[in-house]
Each structure stands twice: as C-alpha cells, then as structure tokens.
Ligand binder design. Structure first.
Ligand code: NAI
Length: 318
C-alpha cells in the first residue's frame, strides 16, 4: 500500500461543509492535517434562510479533536470572494477547493419556473465557477491546486423532475474538463465526482434500507485521493456510491463516413443510422478532445456516392 496521504500544511475550502457530504469531507481532511475552511450558509435544502450553526458545529468538532478549521457563512453565489478571504486571512493561501454546496428545486419541466431553473444553476454551476475563478490565480501562482466538482448521476444521465439540477451538474462536468486542460501545466488538477449518498437530499426520496448502504463516509476516500498531492488523474469523472468507485467516460461509436455531395441528405443519414449508433463493429473510441477533422475529411473524400445508400433511398420512396 502506498504512503499515507497527508494534508499537513495544506489549506482546503469545502463549500457546503456544514452538512451531508461536505461535513464528512471536512472531518476527514482535518483528521489528516489540513487547515479547513468550512463554508456553509446554513440554509434549507431549497436554499431558504441562513444560519451560522451548521458550519460552527463542524468547526467545533474538528477543533475538539485537535484539528484546524475556521467557519465561513458566505453564500457562494453572492460572496465567493468572502470565502476565499477567510482562507487567505487565516491560512495565507488555498491549495484545495471542494465545490460541494448545493440546493434542490425539483419540479417537472412543465411546472418548473424560470426562477427555479436559475436558482439551481446559480448555486451549483455559477457558484462553483465564481469560487474556482477566485482561487485560480492562487493555484497558478503557487503551481499547485486541486479542485473537485460535484456533479451527479442526474447530470450524467438525466432524472425526472430535475431539469435545472441536471443542467447545472452536467455544466460542472464541462467546466471541470476544460479547467483540467487549462490547469495541467500549473499542476492544477480538476476532477469531477457523481456521488450518491445519504443526506437530507436523498433522505425523503429513497427507502431506509437502501439509505443505510449509502453512508457519505464512503465518498470521502475517493475525494481525498483526488485532492491529494499524489492524485494521478485530471479531467476525469467518477461515479461513487455505496462502495463503488468507477470512472465514467465518453464513448464514440465507429460511426459512418459520408461523402459531402448532393447525395448527403437526411434520408442518407436515416439509412446509415444503424452504423451511426453501432458501438460493436470496431474497437470503441474514448475521446478526450475534438476529432481530427482533417482525418475525417480525408476519409470522406475518397468515398463514392453509392456509399450513402441512395439506391436504398430510391426504394424507400417507391
Ligand atoms: P446537503 O443539503 O446535506 O449539503 C449541501 C450543503 O450546501 C448544505 O449544508 C447547504 O447549507 C449548503 N449550501 C447550499 N447552498 C449554499 C450556498 N449558496 N452557499 C453556501 N453553502 C450552501 O446535501 P448533500 O447531499 O451533502 O450534497 C452535497 C453535494 O453533493 C451537492 O452538490 C449535491 O448536489 C451533490 N450530490 C449529492 C447526492 C446525494 O446522493 N446526496 C447525489 C448527487 C450529487
């Protein structure tokens, strides 16, 4: 087994660190020597109200165990700079940012108001953007940074009643993938998790026997690994729940190549659709960047028009 992961002399900001997953992260980072900024505005699951209590409880618990922590009660949407300032004023810098704070405003798409849509994007996507942006120059200047984006299975796969939430969460995937590319030369590593765990978010919608298996402690080991100096990965998505730790990636089918002439019609695509969506006919590709369009062009330009199935299209019309 590798050397023990330590966060001694490292400063970590955990948004939404007063409850649920964030609280467990805070306790675990502190136990391994980190200086922890526990940010939480202490509102309801829907983002109503605020209180200093939830962040204070976590900070007191860390201190009572001999750890180092400071509370911050700012809203990540309206005062991300205040959160960073708490880190700088108390600990001088920031090394690790766990974008974890979140709210829910579930409704079927038909009933979802624009405010419900915006509010959820604001906290998850815009809040994570703003605070990461604020920390970015510190990461670059010290040539060290670790960022976790908290996405969700709902973002990766969609979930009934969560159009706002899933849009925000997949947005955070794209944000994380780009920041990983921009950050790598400064030793800034950005990874994305899609967790499932017992918290007030899931308590009322999942049966107790399942919730029992979904303790938030099970998410911590992966988050701490990804936030560590020895983190081997950047720009990756991990699904994590109940003891499962798995990477999720994009897959491109082998696809089909069509010649860009007058036979390139919607009907030709329809005819070729089985090839477009066939993931079995060749080794799958797992792209991490845009395709090479020169390569595609050279393949399509040597094709004959017949390849586009216009004979078949004729017969479809007859
Ligand atoms: P939670 O509701 O227990 O924790 C979220 C915390 O964020 C709360 O303590 C809340 O006060 C804080 N918060 C909300 N808005 C804030 C704001 N504007 N500024 C500062 N703090 C704010 O929920 P949980 O389950 O711990 O969620 C943590 C993260 O994990 C969220 O991003 C959530 O969307 C995500 N997640 C959780 C899943 C689960 O199964 N519990 C599933 C997928 C994703």
């Amino acid at each position: 087994i590798s050397n023990k992961i330590s966060f001694k002399n490292q400063v970590v900001i955990i948004t939404g660190g007063g409850g649920g997953l964030g609280k467990q992260y805070a306790l675990n980072f502190a136990e391994r020597g980190a200086k922890v900024v526990v940010n939480d505005l202490g509102g309801s699951l829907q983002g109503k109200g605020n209180s200093t209590k939830s962040a204070d409880v976590v900070v007191n618990k860390i201190r009572s165990r001999g750890g180092i922590a400071v509370a911050n009660y700012d809203n990540i949407v309206t005062n991300p700079e205040g959160i960073l300032r708490t880190a700088i004023d108390n600990f001088g810098t920031v090394h690790i940012l766990i974008n974890n704070a979140g709210i829910l405003k579930d409704a079927s798409f038909k009933k979802m108001t624009e405010k419900q849509f915006r509010d959820v994007l604001d906290v998850h996507l815009n809040g994570s953007y703003k605070l990461t942006r604020a920390c970015w120059s510190f990461f670059r200047n010290q040539k060290y940074g670790r960022v976790i984006m908290t996405a969700s299975p709902a973002g990766l796969y969609g979930n009934f009643g969560q159009a706002n939430y899933s849009a925000a969460k997949l947005g955070m995937v794209g944000l994380g993938e780009t920041l990983a590319k921009e950050g790598i030369k400064y030793n800034i590593k950005v990874n994305i998790i899609a967790p499932l765990a017992k918290s007030r978010m899931t308590e009322t919608i999942m049966p107790p026997d399942i919730l029992k298996k979904l303790s938030p402690e099970k998410i911590c080991p992966l988050v701490l690994t990804l936030a560590s100096n020895s983190c081997p990965s950047s720009g990756n998505i991990y699904e994590v729940a109940a003891g499962l730790y798995a990477q999720i990636r994009w897959e491109r089918s082998h696809g089909t190549y069509l010649k860009p002439d007058s036979s390139l019609t919607p009907e030709a695509i329809l005819f070729k659709l089985p090839e477009v969506i066939d993931f079995t006919n060749e080794k799958p590709q797992h792209p991490t960047q845009l395709s090479n369009y020169n390569d595609i062009w050279s393949k399509t330009s040597i094709l004959s028009s017949n390849n586009q199935g216009d004979m078949k299209i004729q017969s479809l019309h007859n």
